[in-house]
Design a protein around this ligand. Structure first.
Ligand code: RFL
Length: 387
């Protein structure tokens, strides 16, 4: 269920192993191939895709990054995480990854995918022959697919999580009480790396997406209306919050996306109900604070694709039995980092002078203690723990 990074990765793994599957998607192919979202992908995820024959374009086109920059108290601080860990980050826009995965699944591996399905329902999840049904909008007919497993990869607003009866799983939630105005600008990047501005007016972020398009973020009040943010106000605030001695000027451009994202997280435990296995945002949402969501979606998908394959081809159920536990170890680690990073990004704008003081102390520690910097770099790159 769902043709995002999680669903398409599971589908591709199953196709490669000769395991029958169908991917259902509520949107059109064109829509999912162009939906802008993530851009930062971790080295282990790139390796995982390549090992499964899914990362060739990515390896050829994604840019490896080795440093990021923090700007605070009017100064610039370069953070060389490659030097600390020997690892990189990659920048590869999510629409490109989804396009690659779709092409491989549907056009190369001949996978069955049905777009623009309506009114999707799940049935008999607690039996060993669950089913999914949907309406075909062209004929108005309801189709029923009987299967062995349902992979719930339908994102934060899908139906699979809600198909689990009350009381069968626990949903832990966290609301950060802040929002980000997520912007895409038709403008070349204004720096050679990701930039985080920690400012008393609020956080600001700069992330290259391509030579022509740059993502920016501006912290704003939860529920704010994007229409409150005119072109001039956006660029004035970005210049103010990302300003620092010696910083190159921002390259302004037309804003082609302007959305307010309230920062909140949730985790479903366990990520399994009967024959339904949740993966990606359907099972856990990580606010884009730490750029982790797509990485977690891929991690789940590798585990789930491999586990179903082992069940189908060797009768080995160890992967399925350990699936939720294995996913959640990384999920909780990344949630903790996201919470920590939220403290750093939002502390100086909290209105609490004590919190502002400790936030700046935390930031300075990253540039005065190699041990603190290494610990941060490991979490930033997702290499901190042996998952
Ligand atoms: P997706 O990508 O949401 O895909 C789910 C798919 O399911 C479809 N769907 C259904 N299909 C069938 N039946 C139904 N009833 C359905 N209901 C929905 C949807 O149309 C969709 O095609 O989930 P998935 O695969 O779990 O992938 C998760 C990632 O998309 C998400 O975590 C990331 O985009 C988060 N994220 C980032 N993650 C990173 O790792 N690095 C980043 O740099 C990063 N930046 C971001 C982000 C998310 C952002 N937004 C918009 C929330 C930046 C932003 C602005």
């Amino acid at each position: 269920m769902g043709a995002g990074p999680a669903g398409l990765t599971v589908g591709n793994i199953l196709r490669a192993a000769g395991v029958d599957c169908v991917v259902l998607e509520t949107e059109s192919r064109q829509f999912v191939e162009t939906r802008p979202r993530a851009g930062v992908i971790e080295e282990w995820a790139v390796r995982g895709l390549r090992e499964r024959g899914l990362g060739e374009n990515l390896a050829a086109r994604a840019e490896p990054h080795s440093v990021c920059e923090f700007r605070f108290a009017g100064e610039r601080f370069r953070f060389d995480y490659h030097e600390l860990t020997g690892r990189h980050h990659y920048v590869y826009p999510q629409p490109l990854l989804v396009t690659d995965l779709l092409r491989e699944y549907a056009d190369v591996r001949g996978g069955d995918i049905r777009f623009e399905v309506r009114d999707v329902m799940l049935h008999d999840l607690e039996t060993d022959r669950p089913a999914v049904s949907y309406l075909d909008p062209r004929t108005g007919q309801r189709h029923v697919l009987r299967c062995e497993f349902v992979a719930g990869c339908d994102g934060a607003r899908g139906v699979t999580r809600d198909a689990i009866p009350d009381g069968r799983v626990r949903v832990a939630r966290r609301d950060y009480g802040v929002a980000w105005l997520a912007l895409l600008a038709e403008a070349p990047p204004s720096s050679d790396c990701v930039v985080f501005g920690v400012h008393p007016d609020g956080f600001a972020g700069h992330m290259a997406r391509s030579p022509e398009v740059t993502r920016y973020y501006l912290q704003c009040p939860p529920g704010d209306d994007p229409e409150n943010w005119s072109h001039d106000r956006v660029w004035d605030e970005l210049r103010e919050r990302l300003g620092a001695a010696g910083a190159p000027p921002l390259t302004e451009g037309r804003l082609i996306e302007k959305r307010v994202l309230d920062m909140h997280d949730y985790v479903v435990e366990p990520m399994v109900y009967g024959r339904l296995f949740l993966a990606g945002d359907a099972g856990h949402l990580t606010a884009p604070i730490a750029a982790k969501g797509m990485n977690l979606a891929l991690h789940d998908a590798f585990l789930l694709g491999d586990a179903i394959t082992a069940h189908a081809t060797e009768g080995d159920d160890a992967g399925l039995e350990g699936y939720s536990h294995a996913c959640l170890r990384r999920v909780w680690d990344y949630q903790e980092f996201s919470q920590f990073l939220s403290g750093i990004y939002h502390g100086t704008a909290s209105g609490d002078p004590f919190l502002a003081g400790t936030t700046l102390a935390r930031l300075r520690r990253l540039f005065t203690s190699r041990a603190a910097a290494t610990a941060f770099a490991e979490q930033y790159l997702g290499t901190a723990a042996a998952f």
